[in-house]
Design a protein around this ligand. Structure first.
Ligand code: ADP
Length: 289
């Protein structure tokens, strides 16, 4: 199972991702956590991301796409994953589509956790309070001023993804304002619906593709010039089977009975088109004499 969790900061993505990890035995891939680890380790990516994250802005797409692509190739992600915090921009979503395609994988669902903006600020403030009480280190970007920037970045750069995925029929919206276990239940239901739909959508897509193929075949046949029927069509016209037709097409032209007549006719057609230069013209003149 491969899932994208979409939602603004404080929507509860981390909490729900943990539920999904234990329920489906898949891994949670949080780009925020990966970047924070890179910052803590002082890697080149971390050095690049540090100040950007502290401002509440988004790290460049190529940096994040690179770390996600490497991460989904790890053995523990083969069974499936929950992307938390990625994609965050339309170019990242497009890169994810390409990335999964080349790996022969696809998304099962995109879950949007919808929460009222006024609630988000309160949620994060209480998260900060609880972390302080537990003596945990606070995130550099967990303060009201930066939180506003993060919410703004979400509104302008990440919210358009809702339309991006809705347009692809992958989006499932869940009310993130409900109590945690109700949100978890709604997510389970959304994933079951998505699985059902993917199955029937797959069948529908299969039928549609068969229909498209036969329509395009019919179109191609219709487009063939009357004088040049090919392959199966040619055999059908002449009352020959496909095998006969194939055998015939492999027979050297010189060995065919009607070859003489056909060559003469073609030469006559060329001659009727007017004077020609070169070898072909010479043979046409010779044959039509
Ligand atoms: P939040 O709790 O606000 O959803 P995250 O922990 O997911 O935040 O990410 C924290 C910060 O890490 C972001 O504000 C941003 O600077 C950076 N970040 C995380 N994921 C991405 C991403 N996909 N693209 C760009 N920047 C990202």
């Amino acid at each position: 199972m491969r899932i994208v969790l979409l939602g603004p900061p404080g929507a509860g993505k981390g909490t729900q991702a943990k539920e999904l990890v234990s329920k489906y035995g898949i891994v949670q891939l949080s780009t925020g956590d990966m970047l924070r680890a890179a910052v803590a380790a002082g890697t080149p990516i971390g050095l690049k991301a540090k100040d950007i994250m502290a401002r509440g802005a988004l790290v460049p797409d190529d940096v994040v796409v690179g770390i996600v692509s490497d991460r989904v190739d790890q053995p523990d992600a083969l069974k499936g994953f929950i992307l938390d915090g990625f994609p965050r921009t339309v170019p990242q979503a497009e890169a994810l589509d390409r990335m999964l395609k080349t790996k022969g994988q696809r998304l099962d669902a995109v879950l949007e956790l919808k929460v009222d903006p006024s609630v988000l600020l309160r949620r994060i403030e209480s998260r900060i309070e609880q972390m302080k009480l537990r003596g945990e280190a606070l995130r550099a970007d967990d303060n009201p001023e930066i939180l506003k920037q993060r919410l703004e970045a979400y509104g302008s750069q990440t919210a358009p993804l809702v339309d991006y995925y809705r347009g692809r029929g992958a989006l499932r919206t869940v009310d993130g304002m409900a109590p945690i276990d109700e949100v978890t239940a709604a997510i389970s239901k959304a994933l079951a619906d998505a699985a059902l739909q993917t199955g029937s959508a797959g069948k529908r897509a299969g039928k549609a593709s068969v229909a498209r193929k036969s329509a395009s075949k019919a179109q191609k046949t219709a487009k063939k010039p009357a004088g040049k029927p090919a392959g199966r069509v040619k055999a059908a016209i002449k009352g020959r089977s496909k095998t006969e037709s194939k055998t015939r097409s492999k027979t050297p032209i010189r060995g065919r009975k009607s070859t003489g007549k056909r060559v003469v006719k073609a030469a006559a057609r060329r001659a009727a088109r007017g004077p020609q230069k070169g070898k072909k013209a010479k043979s046409a003149r010779r044959l039509t004499k």
